[in-house]
Design a protein around this ligand. Sequence first.
Ligand code: PEP
Ligand code: MN
Length: 337
Amino acid sequence: MIVILKPNTPKNEVDSLIDKITGYGVQVNPVFGQDLIILGLVGDTSKIDPTQIEANHNVEKVMHVAEPFKKANKMFHPEPTIVDVNGTRVGGKKLALMAGPCSVESEAQIIEVAKAVKASGANFLRGGAFKPRTSPYAFQGLKYKGLELLKEAREATGLPIVTEIMSPFDIDTFVRDVDVIQVGARNMQNFDLLRLLGQTRKPILLKRGLSATIEEWLMSAEYIMASGNEQIILCERGIRTFETYTRNTLDLSSIVAVKQLSHLPIVVDPSHATGKWWMVEPLARAAIAVGADGLIIEVHNDPAHALCDGNQSIKPNVFDDLVGQIKQIASVVGREV
Ligand code: PEP
Ligand code: MN
């Protein structure tokens, strides 16, 4: 349920209404927007009689929120959320361009790729240190050593770092060392991990699960938000369908749906969506054209010898070309690079 207040309601009257509603045993989430004040009610609202609230002279109207996600719902927060990562904003006019290798492999590799993508216009460095691999015998990432190398690359380029967390045991380390904590597709419904990340104030990149519906994905965002962390960037990375030609199927309609349903920013990962490096450019263009707030792209200096996901990794010169194309699309859709 949301309660829309008249724009000039005095603060003390807003507070006393919040106290009254809290008395019904629900949590109240106030949002003071430019034109409206909205009270979002979270919890069991079944015992609240909307006419009693509407009787208050400051109340414009009371609306029922049909969706199960509340804090992530656009009705609770009509203005888009901008996630501020130490001054680099995701969700505003400027697009977020996150680029880097699937996995951090060596100091030389991560520094070379970080410098190259920065020169092309990336504003975040991605790189996996802890890798969720289908086979236990495949390269599992450099782990803590990988985090150290990412920090070195950040030092060398100034780019904030985005990297995946796999275990709740590593939360303190990630909060200390990382700028954006990535929750991978396989952990999208690891609810204990989500709850604990909700207790931090770190920006979270929440990837869509392999077979997750849009509603399930937004409910995972809700888990993080329900624990108090509202700094979430959603990431569409393709879903499982009957098609096997591509690694996954990029669900471009999810971007449009998320923009309709939620205020959270959304970026697109065309690398994992397709599994093919030569499909990355056209789908990156499409993602920006339909309204994504940015991209996360795998870039490797030597894809043929990459320890993970070489087939879907583009070379730095291809990324450079891609940024040029994105600039053109961005200007058509009112965004900038
Ligand atoms: C990755 O970003 O390298 C990754 C493993 O992605 P996903 O969780 O989307 O498969
Ligand atoms: Mn990868």
